[in-house]
Design a protein around this ligand. Structure first.
Ligand code: ITT
Length: 190
């Protein structure tokens, strides 16, 4: 199946490609001539995932999906959440975001957090949404250099290392995005 993945994030692209495996031909935004950043003006992950998939569908008429992901920290009332990319600055500055998160949690005992991914799929013009969640905790310092974003600070439940200390396969097997993509495959095959 040929399907457009509406993302400008190369890390997401390689994670999703690995989980989807054979049987799916992922088409990038560049390949369909969309080079601009898609505005993410929604106030929830669901809204933003929908905005991104509709943006692509309206311009190409092709089957497509988009992923919107947020890190939700319990002691920060769910922040950075939908603002995860732009937590510390206007851009996608992973290092600044991680510094800010550590600062906000200085001296805070409750380190519980979760990653949540919402995927919006548009197939034959009809939208469906699925989500994937992984619970965990925020470490007190960064460890590891795999992955991206908040991975050096996120220790998934039941593990003693951060996502950034795991291989791509280990992260994908338990991650928010891995689970959301598995759910996506289930609805496509249903
Ligand atoms: P697209 O909208 O182009 O897909 P993006 O990077 O803007 O890419 P999101 O808005 O969904 O994607 O992601 C928000 C931020 O959350 C992202 O920039 C990272 O900082 C962080 N993030 C998302 N997925 C993550 C993951 O698997 N591990 C660590 N951090 C992640």
């Amino acid at each position: 199946m040929k399907i457009v993945f509406a993302t400008n994030n190369a890390h997401k692209l390689s994670e999703v490609r690995a989980v989807l495996g054979e049987g799916f031909e992922l088409v990038t935004l560049k390949e369909v001539g969309i080079t601009e950043d898609i505005p993410e003006t929604g106030s929830t992950l669901d809204e933003n995932a929908s905005i991104k998939s509709h943006y692509v569908y309206e311009r190409t008429g092709l089957d497509c999906f988009a992923d919107d992901t947020g890190l939700e920290v319990e002691a920060l009332n769910g922040a950075p959440g939908v603002r995860s990319a732009r937590y510390a600055t206007d851009g996608h500055d992973f290092a600044a975001n991680n510094r800010k998160l550590l600062h906000e949690l200085e001296g805070v005992e409750n380190r519980k957090a979760r990653f949540r991914t919402v995927i919006s799929l548009i197939r034959g013009g009809v939208e469906q949404r699925v989500e994937g969640i992984v619970n965990g905790t925020i470490a007190t310092e960064e460890s590891g250099c795999e992955g991206f974003g908040y991975d050096p600070l996120f220790i998934p439940e039941g593990k003693s290392v951060t996502f950034a200390e795991m291989s791509a396969e280990e992260k994908n097997a338990i991650s928010h995005r891995g689970r959301a993509v598995e759910a996506l495959v289930r609805i496509i095959k249903a």
